[in-house]
Design a binder for this molecule. Structure first.
Ligand code: F6R
Length: 612
């Protein structure tokens, strides 16, 4: 999705803006632009279609643009094609107001019509231009200054937005406002930064303010003033971001994705340690009591994409360890379903970014229905983290690769810990089983490290199958859920058509797609289901499939069926998904590399999906 960076201070703004935008490239974009102001001179606006590299070259790395106050933007087209004209910043007709915007303004047509009657003209196809001109309209009509004009525009606008606005009459100042689209403000050494995402400013400061929904901020050199939509001044406290700047760099790896795959043992261990103290689960930080866990009667897990796949795997674990029924829902569907919530239920929203529009809407839907909510979230202070009743923070650190790996793995472990915690609080597992599960969960990081040591075999296999057009992932139970994630990893970064099927479903249709050389990956780690899945693998093999088997050490008979077998260390079957997903992440990664794609920034995708 789009990215925003703003700066006002004593340093030259353009290089800081470009550097910040480069840190947001991973979010996905198709054009970029900056607007910078030198004192009270006119705004200098530079925009380019395509990669940020063009904008960097056009401005000589920002050095050709003078001024210490400016805003920048990477645009991911929603309204209007990717073009210089549609790229941000946008300006009012007389360049009195210049702004960048993330989000979608739903009633932009209506606003355009209103403003056209007052003589405004529109150059671009964007919704943003309507917002900029609406602010200009109120600014001139009421003559009560920037905060007033932005507040009036906010009352008129429907949709989501993070806005950074500069006014001709207010040199050195940037005004920001937001609703349902993230934005943080950082202050350090007399300089002030604003960005839509932490990595953009992490290099300069770790002390940030979170601007709330329907709030406005005035940024000046080294200071910020906050207002609510009634233009009253409000106070905010600074929050320290614990992520360090290095965590958002590649650290010697060719791609962020490979680096993040390798970080998994550490971030999983950190996430476990955050709630397992002295051999016991302690949910004090999450604010979840045994009493509350006892009284829950049903769990809904709601999420999008890979986070939804975590929910699919978690469902099997929670249902096996507790008596709680679990429903796993896609947030985009859940939010519009006319369903009655079961009394005393808990809605768990899983989200790395904490800003996914559908997941946030699902959370609000649950809250409006009086249902308790718990977020499993990675980004501290994100909207879902702030609005959920309880938050279980995953400690994955900044995830830059669009395709998630380490955030997914920490979410999965968080879900196991919740399952064990619920089972214990509800007295549904023995003390012995509780200890056994906690001992086993602690072995996951080392077991992942062992799998990573053998990555060259997967690299070799990936090169061999890189030219396939189709792939199928099959498995049963938890293996099916992991297959869904493996399939998504493959399709999103390798652009190979790929599907995941519950192995028992094959005969009901999909098996007709299997022909000579079709790649099939059989995930088969669950002892109780092993023979059944092997039968399904034999069925596709006998129809010509090229078969990769993924199973645990000891199941060597897999080699009688599969053309290539990958083994993972033995663990409790409930946790096998944390291990079996690793070779599948590597498979997606190495195939993408072999096909020569931009692994970290796959086409058409955005890291955090803040629009519907
Ligand atoms: C796939 C991927 C996406 C996200 C999905 C939800 O690799 O990363 O499918 O899982 O967009 O994002 P969050 O977790 O930020 O809500």
């Amino acid at each position: 999705m789009c990215g925003i960076v703003g700066f006002t201070g004593n340093s030259v703004a353009a290089p800081i803006l470009l550097d910040g935008l480069s840190k947001l490239e991973y979010r996905g974009y198709d054009s970029a632009g900056i607007a910078v102001r030198d004192g009270d001179k006119d705004f200098e606006v530079v925009k380019a279609k395509g990669k940020l590299k063009s904008l960097i070259e056009m401005t000589d790395h920002g050095n050709a643009v003078k001024g210490t106050c400016g805003i920048g933007h990477t645009r991911w087209a929603t309204h209007g094609e990717p073009s210089v004209l549609n790229a941000h910043p946008h300006a009012s007709d007389d360049e009195n107001v210049v702004a960048v915007h993330n989000g979608i303004i739903e009633n932009f047509q209506e606003i355009k019509e209103k403003l056209s009657k007052s003589g405004y003209t529109f150059k671009s196809q964007t919704d943003t231009e309507a917002a900029v001109k609406l602010i200009d309209y109120y600014y001139k009509k009421y003559n009560l200054g920037p905060v007033d004009s932005i507040a009036r525009a906010m009352m008129r606008i429907r949709g989501s937005y993070a806005l950074c606005v500069m006014f001709k009459d207010y040199p050195g100042q940037i005004y920001t406002a937001r609703k349902d689209s993230p934005m943080i403000i950082g202050v350090s050494d007399g300089q002030t930064y604003v960005a839509s995402d932490v990595p953009a400013i992490l290099k300069y400061t770790r002390n940030v303010y979170y601007i709330g929904n329907l709030e406005i901020a005035k940024l000046e050199k080294g200071s910020v003033t906050f207002y609510n939509i009634d233009r009253e001044e409000i106070t905010k406290t600074l929050t320290e971001i614990k992520w360090d700047a290095e965590a958002a760099e590649k650290g010697g790896y060719e791609h962020f994705m490979l680096k993040e795959i390798h970080e998994q043992p550490k971030v999983i261990a950190d996430t476990i340690k955050s709630v397992v103290k002295k051999g016991r689960i302690n949910f004090e930080n999450i604010n979840l009591t045994d009493e509350e866990m006892k009284n829950i009667s049903q769990i809904y897990i709601v999420a999008c994409g890979s986070a939804y796949h975590v929910g699919m795997a978690a469902q099997y674990v929670i249902e096996e360890l507790t008596s709680l029924p679990v429903r796993v829902e896609l947030a985009s569907e859940f939010r519009y379903r006319k369903m009655k919530f079961v009394k005393d239920s808990l809605v768990i929203i899983i989200s790395q970014s904490g800003e996914t529009a559908d997941s946030l809407a699902a959370l609000r839907e649950a809250k409006e229905n009086g249902i308790k909510t718990l977020g499993i979230v990675n980004v501290v202070g994100s909207s879902i983290a702030r609005e959920a009743d309880n938050v279980f923070y995953t400690l994955a650190g900044p995830e830059i690769s669009v395709a998630t790996t380490k955030a997914y793995s920490t979410q999965l472990v968080a879900a196991y810990l919740l399952a064990i915690g619920f089972a214990k609080a509800r007295e549904e597992i023995t003390d012995e089983r509780y200890k056994e599960l906690l001992d086993e969960i602690n072995t996951i990081p080392d077991k992942i490290s062992r799998i990573l040591e053998d990555k060259e075999r997967i690299q070799w296999f990936s090169a061999k199958v890189a030219a396939v057009d189709d792939a199928f992932f099959i498995g049963r139970g938890i293996d099916y859920a992991i297959g869904m994630e493996g399939s998504l990893k493959m399709k999103e970064i390798s652009y190979i058509h790929s599907e995941a099927y519950a192995a028992g479903e094959l005969k009901h249709g999909p098996i007709s797609l299997i022909e000579n050389g079709t790649l099939v990956i059989g995930v088969n780690t669950q002892p109780e289901l092993y023979e059944k899945t092997v039968s399904n693998m034999v069925e596709v093999k006998s129809r010509g499939a090229y078969l990769m088997g993924l199973t645990t050490y000891g199941n060597y008979s897999m080699e009688d069926t599969a053309d290539f077998t990958v083994y993972i260390p033995n663990t409790d079957p409930l946790f096998a998904g944390s291990l079996s997903v690793i070779p599948l992440q590597l498979l997606g990664y190495y195939i993408s590399v072999a096909r020569g794609y931009d692994v970290d920034k796959p086409r058409n995708l955005a890291k955090s999906v803040t629009v519907e």
